[in-house]
Design a binder for this molecule. Sequence first.
Ligand code: GDP
Length: 306
Amino acid sequence: LVRLRERLARSGSPLGTRLLAVLSRDHLTEDDWDEIEETLLLADVGAGPTTELVDRLRERVRVLGVREPAAVRALLREQLLELVDPSLDRSLATTPGVADDGSPHPAVVLVVGVNGTGKTTTVGKLARVLVAEGRTVVLGAADTFRAAAADQLQTWGARVGVPTVRSDRDGADPAAVAFDAVSRGSAEGADVVLVDTAGRLQNKAGLMDELGKITRVLSRRAPVAEVLLVLDATTGQNGLNQARVFGEVAGVTGIVLTKLDGTAKGGIVVAVQRELGVPVKLVGLGEGPDDLAPFEPEAFVDGLLQ
Ligand code: GDP
C-alpha cells in the first residue's frame, strides 16, 4: 500500500505551506493567530474543532512560554493529532462469524454512500486488499438501479479474481441480490462479502427503507458486520450533509474518505468524525487498484503539515 504521508505531501497541501509560513514567525501576533484559524477553516476542519484547536494551542504556547517556530509547530502537531484521535479503533470487522446453529458465515460489509463518491471503486480496491491478505471474497451488486453499476463492479471482480453476484435485470430488489451474495458467500465458505449499494439521496425515507430492508433480509443469513460510508473528500460541506443523512439511516460503523489525492482539504477527516462519532478507517488516494490505504492518524497529520 502506498504511504499516506507521501501521497498527501505530493498533492501539495497549502494547509501545511500556509501554516508553516505563519509558524515560522518568531512571535505570533493576533493577526497570525487569525491566519492560523482561517487556514484550518479553509482546510474544512470545521468551525467547532478549529476554535477548540486554536484556543488550546494558544493556551499551551502561553503556558509553556514557547517562542521558537519549531516548538510551536510541534505543539500544533500534537493538537491536530488529538483532534484526529489516534485512540479510535480503525480495524475493519472482516472476520467470519458463527451462526446460532454453529455454521460459519462470512463477515458482511455493506458499502453505502451517494453515487459518484467512489463506492464501487472502493469495493473493488478493498476486495483486492483482502485477497492479498489471503481472504476469500464475494461481491454483491445491490445497486440494481443502473445496470452499468453492476457491470462496473463485475469488472472489478474479474480484475481482482473474485465472483460478483448480480441481477440480470434493472430494478431488481437490492435486498434480494444482497441476500444471494451472502448465500453464495456462505455456501462457498467465503470470509467476506462486500455489498455495493445504490446511493440515491433524493428521498431520505426511500433510502432508509432500502438500507433497512437489506440489513433485515441479510440478518436471516448473517449479521451485517460493518457499514462503511464512502464520502468524497473534495465535496466539503456537502459531504458533511451526506454523512449526516447516512449516519441517521444506515448505522455507519466506519468512513472511507475517497479522492484525498485531489484535495488539500484533508481537515474534513476531523469534521466528519465529529459529525458521525465513528472513525475514518480507509482513505482513497487515486483511481487505481492499489490506491486504498488504512487511515493512519500520524501519517495523516504529518502529511497535512508538510
Ligand atoms: P460510485 O458511483 O459511488 O460507485 O463511484 P465510482 O466508484 O464509480 O467512482 C466515481 C469516480 O471517482 C470514478 O471515476 C473513480 O475512478 C473515481 N474515484 C474513486 N475513488 C477515487 C479516489 O480515491 N481518488 C480519485 N482521484 N478518484 C477516485
